[in-house]
Write a protein of this length. Structure first.
Length: 227
């Protein structure tokens, strides 16, 4: 065996008074000190800085969402947008800003048309299903077969039963299902999450028979989506 100083066990070390012993650090001890210092540095970096953000879930989403800022303004300012790294659709929805006002008529008109459609057509559906309904509206605006804007698609005669005479019904802005619909609408229009029903132009309840002329895209919750 070798001792820490490198001398053989049989060798005798000179006796040196306590106050006059030379300071020696073996390589093993030095490595331990360096490792300890590195560990302390990492620990300080993790726990000594700013506190980590608390995870956001749908259950903690503020109610209602921001009603005084238009969706176009939010996208342009970077509040929401496809570049933001969301771990899930739920996270993207929960990340939408809280409201400063609760009146429905203060919501941007395009956002209101989209959120109202989601509310009446898909409230209670999975978030992915609500987003898919919004995707249908957006796809129609780009299809050339429907009006080129969201409100035009929603208010088109004979398309949605909740629209009467081209007028949207009023909704209590404090309802949690409408809060979610507003958030889904923002996510959809900002393209902050990929829909599970890309290119879909139609949807209906599962209990309704589908036309053989349509191509099925997805089945989400109680709806089937087609193009």
């Amino acid at each position: 065996m070798a001792t820490q100083s490198g001398a053989c066990a049989g060798d005798r070390m000179p006796i040196v008074p306590f106050g006059h012993r030379p300071f020696r650090i073996g390589m093993v001890s030095l490595r331990r000190i360096v490792a300890l210092m590195a560990a302390l540095f990492v620990f300080t970096g993790l726990f000594g800085g700013a506190a980590a953000a608390e995870p956001v879930t749908i259950g903690t989403m503020p109610s209602p969402l921001l009603a005084t800022v238009s969706s176009d303004t939010m996208v342009a300012s970077g509040i929401i947008g496809g570049a933001l790294p969301f771990a899930s659709l739920a996270a993207a929805i929960a990340a939408q800003p809280a409201a400063l006002a609760v009146e429905v008529d203060e919501v941007d008109e395009t956002l209101r048309c989209m959120a109202t459609t989601i509310y009446y057509e898909a409230k209670g559906e999975p978030l992915d299903g609500q987003l898919a309904v919004a995707e249908v509206i957006l796809n129609r605006t780009r299809s050339g077969r429907y009006p080129p804007d969201v409100c035009g698609v929603v208010k088109q005669a004979g398309q949605f039963s909740f629209v009467h005479g081209g007028v949207l019904p009023m909704i209590d802005a404090g309802r949690s299902s409408y809060v979610t619909a507003l958030a889904v609408a923002r996510v959809a229009m900002a393209k902050a999450w990929e829909s599970s029903a890309p290119r879909a132009l139609f949807f209906h309840a599962r209990r309704v028979g589908a036309s053989a002329r349509m191509t099925r895209i997805a089945a989400i919750g109680n709806h089937i989506f087609y193009r």
